[in-house]
Design a protein around this ligand. Structure first.
Ligand SMILES: Cc1cc2nc3c(=O)[nH]c(=O)nc-3n(C[C@H](O)[C@H](O)[C@H](O)COP(=O)(O)OP(=O)(O)OC[C@H]3O[C@@H](n4cnc5c(N)ncnc54)[C@H](O)[C@@H]3O)c2cc1C
Length: 263
């Protein structure tokens, strides 16, 4: 079984700050990590590797420093890694990102399963996985938290929905987006990195030409979304800080809540 896992390098914070002039995310001074949902997708792929000797390839699109998340993926036990990096990819919206990742997966060619995180903690759209499935014409299931079975060209998964859980069976190849699996993702191990041929050497670097993409499909040029304006929401009410002993503060708080007819 051949699995492709898509992993994104994201700032290690959910409190993303915006540059007021350019509207871009401010990434300076913030450490970068593997997007949390993507670590869960990696763990599910590596469990399949443990169970049925799957071959796992991690793919990331980003600036050259995104090589770090791929090293981490190799350390966790992935067999191969591909970094998609090119100035032509810059400024991509989710459509252009999905096209770029889709073309890279087409180049990889021989795969049974694509695993993505459900959502990236910086962009937060949850659009990339479903758009890649549409681009490649694959069946998809989102919000998967467990793979129950892989047999006879089919995969059975459990996914969460608004009412609870549902069990789905998909024909392979298929794409799953993953969130909140029950097992904590494993830690990277030095031995895995050494087995993989020592860090960066095992990571292939592909640009726009390598994936056979036209500039008009990529980056800002290939993006259907134009950001007109970005801004942080204004705080509507000022908070009030109560001080003193706990019993005093509790009775003052209760008084205020009663006064506002909230209880
Ligand atoms: C008009 C516009 C311009 C933008 N310009 C920029 C820019 O200049 N620089 C910039 O950094 N961002 C930019 N973005 C944000 C960028 O488009 C998104 O970060 C990207 O498309 C992924 O969307 P998301 O972060 O919402 O991921 P989601 O759709 O929430 O991610 C779901 C899953 O898809 C996979 N995935 C997503 N992105 C990647 C990736 N890059 N590599 C591998 N797997 C991935 C992961 O498995 C992830 O968990 C721009 C967005 C718009 C709308």
């Amino acid at each position: 079984m051949k699995i492709v896992v898509l992993i994104k390098q994201v700032p290690d914070t959910t409190e993303v700050k915006l540059d007021k002039k350019t509207g871009n995310l401010i990434r300076e001074g913030v450490d970068s990590i593997v997007n949390p949902d993507d670590r869960q997708a990696l763990e599910l792929a590596l469990q399949l590797k443990d169970d049925c000797q799957a071959m796992v390839t991690a793919v990331s699109m980003g600036p050259p420093q995104a090589v770090d998340v791929l090293s981490e993926a190799l350390g966790m036990g992935c067999d191969a890694a591909v970094l998609l990096t090119d100035r032509a990819f810059a400024g991509a919206d989710t459509w252009a990102t999905s096209t770029t990742l889709g073309k890279a997966i087409e180049k990889i060619g021989d795969f049974d399963l694509i695993l993505c995180g459900y959502q990236a903690i910086d962009g937060d759209t949850a659009q990339t996985g479903p758009q890649i499935a549409e681009y490649l014409g694959l069946p998809q299931a989102c919000y998967v938290d467990n793979i129950e079975n892989v047999e006879a060209g089919k995969i059975t998964v459990t996914r969460r929905n608004d009412e609870g859980y549902e069990r789905l069976s998909l024909t392979l190849p298929a794409l799953l987006t993953v969130s909140k699996i029950t097992v904590a993702p494993r830690y990277p191990m030095m031995g895995n990195l050494i087995d993989a041929g020592c860090e960066d050497a095992a990571i292939q670097i592909w640009n726009a030409v390598d994936i056979g993409a036209l500039n008009s499909e990529l980056g800002m040029e290939g993006s259907l979304t134009q950001v007109v304006k970005t801004f942080s929401p204004k705080t509507k009410r000022a908070g009030e800080l109560l001080e003193g002993d706990v019993p005093e503060m509790v009775s003052e708080l209760l008084g205020k809540v009663r006064q506002a007819h909230l209880i």
